[in-house]
Design a protein around this ligand. Structure first.
Ligand SMILES: Nc1ncnc2c1ncn2[C@@H]1O[C@H](COP(=O)(O)OP(=O)(O)OP(=O)(O)O)[C@@H](O)[C@H]1O
Ligand SMILES: [Mg+2]
Length: 260
């Protein structure tokens, strides 16, 4: 479904050239959830922005469903982007529009008829389990509910691919779980292929079939999720796993005195 071959991205800044993505190759199968983990600045966001050409690569090739997206004209690229949905850490909903109108928005700009829009939005609202909140505004919903709306909006036009850039990072564990379950449901019911950027190991562990670990622009380790977590080979993966454990321990320690 997605195949990247030796892609690189350099940013030219006053401080010099930053190689944000450095000769990265990977592929994602149809209907797979592929995790990308790594520390801040590793190049994760830049890498997924190359997949829908929000950033132009400095080198390499990217194929989406067999199509060389770097060869597309501006017009063909806009069309191709409709098949790639995206969600972000801060939901990015339209604050002045209701939940219903937020989800309808991409359908309106894609020229769907009123009847088609009504039918599709109603089905999506049911899919995310927020039937009773159709007329609410984003600010009236919890973070997890808002992210579910953002997912419905991203899925509205029936994209083949969903890119999630830290889609659960702003959520508490309960809402994180609900959003992850929804993403997995999208994969099962619609066959959506998903790339999930996350710095939360638990998130990758919960739903990704495979994960890649990024460090300084490179994929330093990749494999089946369980394999990477239980038998990490690269020092960066190991330090990342131990760092995450420390955070969990702090939370556990906090709970004990309060309970006694
Ligand atoms: N538009 C840009 N111009 C210049 N440098 C950039 C630009 N975008 C990203 N970078 C640099 O590229 C590197 C990778 O950034 P990127 O945002 O991809 O990292 P990330 O892994 O997503 O980090 P985070 O976890 O903090 O979101 C960083 O050093 C960043 O400063
Ligand atoms: Mg990022």
């Amino acid at each position: 479904m997605i195949r990247a071959e030796h892609i690189s991205k350099e940013f030219i800044t006053e401080a010099g050239i930053i190689r944000a993505v450095d000769d990265v190759s990977f592929h994602v199968e149809k209907g797979e959830i592929y995790g990308i983990i790594g520390l801040s600045g590793a190049g994760k966001s830049t890498l997924v922005r190359l997949v829908n050409r929000l950033e132009e690569p400095s080198g390499g090739k990217i194929f989406v469903d067999g199509v060389d997206i770097l060869s597309l004209s501006e017009k063909a690229l806009l069309e191709e982007r409709k098949s790639i949905g995206m969600i972000f850490q801060h939901f990015n909903l339209f604050a002045q529009k209701t939940i219903w109108d937020n989800i309808a928005y991409p359908l309106r700009i894609s020229g769907w008829s009123k009847a088609e829009i009504r039918d599709r939005v109603d089905r999506l609202i049911t899919f995310i389990g927020l039937e009773d909140r159709a007329g609410s505004y984003p600010a009236e919903l919890s973070g997890g509910q808002q992210q579910r709306v953002a997912i419905a909006r991203a899925l509205a036009t029936g994209p083949k691919i969903l890119l999630s850039d830290e889609g659960t990072s702003a959520l508490d564990p309960r809402n994180t779980k609900q959003v992850l379950e929804l993403l997995d449901k999208a994969r099962r019911e619609f066959g959506t292929t998903i790339i999930m950027i996350t710095h939360q190991m638990e998130v990758a562990k919960a739903i990704c079939q495979r994960v890649a670990v990024m460090d300084r622009g490179k994929i330093v380790e990749e494999g089946r999720t369980r394999e990477v977590f239980f038998h990490p080979r690269h020092p960066v993966t190991r330090s990342f796993l131990s760092r995450e454990e420390e955070i969990v321990e702090v939370e556990v320690d906090d709970v004990i005195p309060a309970a006694s």
